[in-house]
Design a binder for this molecule. Structure first.
Ligand code: IPM
Ligand code: MN
Length: 352
């Protein structure tokens, strides 16, 4: 029995999560695995009503689940940072979800903004460090509001944090068994302390993986290649901030935020799966958002829970729906509503 905590969240979150759960039910019935859900009302609306982002007892409860399934958090009436720090990053940090895993894969039939790139050219995965770097929230102001103001924001890179992330990336590259190429993305020419550590750890761990080909690229060059030669990537490992940025670029080359999913992984603990796009308030409640990212996040969750065949089942159903039944992946331009896309995937799950 898989115990899953569900956080539908804000904006389009509840709508896309509903479709993800529809597909989960379909594949659960088909394959016969059992699960139990509990919904948590958290996010911007809840914060505006109650003033709380993530109560301590809820966080404690989360530790008792096998996975967390999240829609989106973010609300136009809540100041930037409150929900991010108080809820999303708090879960990532407190549950020590030190890997943010973000596949970038172009499915057949998807309109790719890159000229002449085909599904076989875009199939890589980004391993983003998820608990350190610029995200720790360390720093401060001096003389705030004066012309002499100083704002400091520090990047934390611990030997332990970098090493466990790099090791995870090497293991994944080996397991994926594709080109067996791991690229470290950094900025060693400028971040001469932080990324010097990353580079040393990368080279040291590489010694234990003679079958994995290693490569290094600066983050700016990585962005350039993601557009020009995405076929050169197999697995990319990078720090928190760079990983955040390059995975939005990754989402665009795979067809947009409507299809991009990710997992916040604690290999020894509780992991959380989410579409990587935000709450998209302008589409909220309109039944136009694309639920495929949430559905793909559900497939990643199934994979993580050990329901590998069910995960494949969902992924194949998604591919089928994209290539035979949708006009596009963008919100409002799919040729179907949010609910209809969920129905289609659930139907294909039964068939494939
Ligand atoms: C993401 C988001 C978050 C991040 C924000 C909402 C804090 O952009 O999951 O990529 O920066 O990690
Ligand atoms: Mn982001």
């Amino acid at each position: 029995m898989h115990k899953i905590a569900v956080i539908p969240g804000d904006g389009i979150g509840p709508e896309v999560v509903r479709e993800g759960l529809k597909v989960l039910e379909a594949v659960g019935n088909k394959r016969g695995f059992k699960y139990k859900l509990k919904h948590y009302d958290l996010g911007g609306s809840h914060y505006l009503k109650t003033g709380e982002t993530l109560p301590d007892n809820t966080l404690e409860e989360f530790k008792g689940y096998n996975a967390i399934y999240m829609g989106a958090v973010g609300h136009p009436e809540v100041a930037p940072g409150i929900l991010e720090r108080g809820l999303l990053l708090k879960i990532r940090f407190e549950l020590d979800q030190y890997i943010n895993l973000r596949p970038v894969r172009l499915y057949p039939g998807v309109d790719c903004p890159l000229k002449d790139k085909k599904p076989e050219d875009i199939d890589f995965i980004v391993v983003r460090e998820n608990t350190e770097g610029l995200y720790v929230g360390s720093g401060g102001f001096l003389r705030k509001g004066t012309p002499q103001e100083v704002a400091v924001q520090e990047s934390f890179n611990t030997r332990m944090g970098v090493e466990r992330c790099v090791r995870y990336a090497f293991e994944l590259t080996k397991k994926r068994g594709r080109a067996k190429k791991l690229l470290l993305c950094g900025k060693t020419n400028v971040l001469n302390y932080a990324h010097d550590l990353w580079m040393r750890v990368f080279e040291e761990v590489a010694g234990e993986y003679p079958d994995v080909t290693t490569e290094y690229a600066h983050v700016d060059a990585t962005c350039m290649w993601m557009v020009k030669n995405p076929e050169r990537f197999d697995v990319i490992v990078t720090d928190n901030m760079f990983g955040d940025i390059i995975t939005d670029l990754g989402a665009m080359i795979q067809g947009g935020l409507g299809i991009a999913a990710g997992g916040n992984i604690n290999p020894e603990g509780v992991s959380m799966f989410e579409p990587i796009g935000g709450s998209a308030p302008k589409y909220a409640g309109k039944n136009v958002a694309n639920p495929l990212a949430a559905i793909c996040a559900c497939a990643m969750m199934l994979n993580h829970l050990g329901e590998v065949e069910s995960a494949d089942n969902v992924e194949n159903a998604v591919k089928k729906v994209i290539s035979t039944r949708l006009k596009g992946l963008e919100a409002g331009r799919m040729g179907a509503t949010t609910q209809e896309v969920g129905d289609m995937v659930a139907e294909e799950v039964e068939k494939v």
